[in-house]
Design a protein around this ligand. Structure first.
Ligand SMILES: Cc1cc2nc3c(=O)[nH]c(=O)nc-3n(C[C@H](O)[C@H](O)[C@H](O)COP(=O)(O)OP(=O)(O)OC[C@H]3O[C@@H](n4cnc5c(N)ncnc54)[C@H](O)[C@@H]3O)c2cc1C
Length: 519
């Protein structure tokens, strides 16, 4: 009874602030917000959905939530894969009305945007001015938001050159989930006399507290992002390995980074088995059957001058073709609908031509993602460990799980020694198979954590697995808990650091690790 009346009271008070058009507790609205894209969690229905437009409105909502001790969750595009942006009960705060571009400063190379703006809207405006944020957003597409990207420490297209989404962030305007609904700015903007042109130098890097926090430390309302002049000359080349062998990939990666340097915009590797499957599934097949031999390496280059681009292209050909380990490849060899890379001009649409075909290859099952970063030098070892894990645990996978993830590793290179291994297992969102799916998902992540992998999205599934794997020291856990308590004394902004849920790692896990220590 008390719970219902406190939700009702909160509803009324929030309605007075944001107006009746932007709040709902109707079932059809709650149903629409009950899922993101993650495949294995059940639907979760919030009590109230709100759509504020300003930072001040967010602050008022937070004060009311604190008054009635109601939990909250922020939501951007809802393309999360790991249990975020939905809540069972509580207030779901949809930020997509906070979608303004407040400033594009081409002199000082920064922009200020509402965190609910989508990558598509922001990038198309920036393009008109010859500017870019470098990173083009996640593989989920342009309807994901900047707030989601910062909160999930998203890896995106062009991340080889520009890093993760937090790497382009100069600061944020954020509302803390405390009873006062405190609004702060971080980075240079913490100096009330300064513009948000720099991240460091005013205080410790408090921006970092809100990066990759999956929305647990505060609600980001505005983002101050770095801008770069968009290099007008771009090209992409594909090379197919003549053998299905990842050993060479490390060498290529190193050479390209060293010898092409700043011209290297994106470097990705598509697994052999997926290319074969794609080839079998395409609608517009070429008359001649393609000869497929190994993974496809995709190299994207950019330059300020056509002549410089030509030098880069020559250099890349030299590196990739020198030892007869790869051959030039075109997607048209397998799919006549694919754009030829020779004519490839960068448009915001191009990026998704082949990527979306890849990741939607096994509908209706979708991936319980196991994407994580590893040090480049440990690529081959990590891929082998992943394959070994899948083989050894094959009986624990949910029924009908497609076999190809066992052998496939899609790679994205990042700056420095980082590289992303994209992967996942086919999850079932059915009551019957959910437990099996969850168990193997968590087990796989624990395994990755123990061989030294670092994930990017945390969310419910990943953060719980990190805790279960015993990765954090007690001192770190205490520090983390203290930080959370400082910004959110009532623990209302959904706490995905599931301390209460910690299951210790099973002895089977330990045995598995012992067996495979030498891999
Ligand atoms: C097909 C597919 C491909 C994908 N590819 C990639 C990829 O290449 N790289 C990658 O990193 N991710 C990828 N993702 C995952 C996801 O799409 C991204 O992480 C994306 O950045 C999420 O953005 P969003 O706006 O949809 O966030 P949401 O799903 O709305 O939210 C994500 C998390 O951030 C929190 N949050 C959102 N906005 C705010 C805010 N303003 N303040 C505080 N917290 C907030 C939410 O509570 C939630 O925990 C993919 C997902 C799919 C379905």
């Amino acid at each position: 009874m008390f719970i219902i009346s406190k939700v009702k009271n909160a509803y009324k008070e929030i309605e007075d602030i944001i107006g009746s058009d932007f709040i709902s507790d109707k079932d059809f609205t709650k149903a629409a917000y009950s899922r993101n894209v993650d495949p294995a969690f059940p639907d979760r229905w919030a009590d109230i959905i709100v759509r504020p437009e300003t930072t001040e409105e967010v602050s008022e909502i937070i004060k009311i939530a604190n008054k009635y001790k109601i939990r909250m969750v922020p939501r951007g595009g809802g393309a999360d894969l790991v249990g975020g942006s939905v809540t069972e009960e509580g207030i779901l705060i949809d930020l997509t009305r906070m979608n303004q571009i407040h400033e594009i400063n081409t002199d000082d190379y920064y922009c200020i945007v509402g965190c609910g703006i989508t990558w598509g809207s922001m990038l198309s405006e920036l393009q008109k001015k010859g500017m870019t944020t470098g990173i083009l957003g996640p593989g989920s597409g342009y309807s994901a938001t900047i707030g989601g990207g910062l909160s999930n420490a998203t890896v995106g297209f062009s991340s080889t050159k520009y890093g993760l989404v937090p790497d382009i962030c100069l600061g944020v305007e954020v509302v803390l989930p405390n009873p006062e609904g405190t609004i702060i700015k971080t980075g240079a903007a913490a100096n009330k006399y300064a513009t948000p042109f720099a991240r460091y130098g005013v205080a410790p890097d408090f921006t970092g507290l809100f990066m990759g926090d999956v929305g647990t430390m505060g609600i980001k309302c505005k983002a101050f992002l770095r801008l770069f002049p968009d290099p007008p000359y771009k090209a992409r080349r594909y090379y197919m390995l003549l053998k299905d062998d990842y050993n060479k990939v490390f060498e290529f990666g190193h050479k390209l980074r060293k010898e092409v340097g700043d011209g290297l915009n994106d470097l990705m590797v598509f697994p052999f088995i997926l290319t074969q499957l794609l080839s079998a599934q395409v609608v517009n097949k070429p008359p001649k059957r393609p000869k497929l031999t190994g993974p496809v390496v995709s190299v994207t280059l950019d330059a300020t001058d056509e002549r410089i681009l030509d030098v880069y292209l020559e250099k890349v050909d030299e590196i990739m073709l020198k030892d007869g380990v790869t051959r030039p490849f075109e997607w048209q060899e397998i799919d006549l609908d694919m754009v030829l890379s020779k004519d490839w001009k960068f448009t915001l649409k191009e990026e998704f031509n082949f990527f979306q075909k890849y990741i939607s290859m096994a509908p209706p099952k979708s991936s319980c993602t196991t994407c994580h970063k590893v040090a480049i030098s440990r690529l081959n070892e990590s891929v082998q460990k992943g394959v070994q894990f899948n083989i050894s645990n094959s009986r624990e996978f949910p029924p009908g799980n497609p076999p190809y993830p066992v052998f496939a590793s899609f790679l994205m290179f990042l700056p420095n020694g980082n590289l992303v291994i994209v992967g996942g297992l086919g999850g079932d969102n059915t009551d019957e198979h959910r437990e099996t799916t969850m168990n193997i998902w968590h087990k796989k992540i624990r395994h990755q954590v123990r061989y030294g992998g670092a994930h990017y999205w945390l969310g419910e599934s990943i953060s719980q697995s990190i805790v279960e794997a015993g990765a954090y020291t007690p001192e770190f856990m205490q520090f983390f808990r203290d930080m959370k308590k400082t910004v959110d004394p009532n623990f209302l902004l959904i706490d995905r650091f599931p301390e209460d849920n910690i299951k210790s790692a099973t002895s089977l896990d330990k045995e598995f690790d012992r067996k495979h220590d030498t891999l």
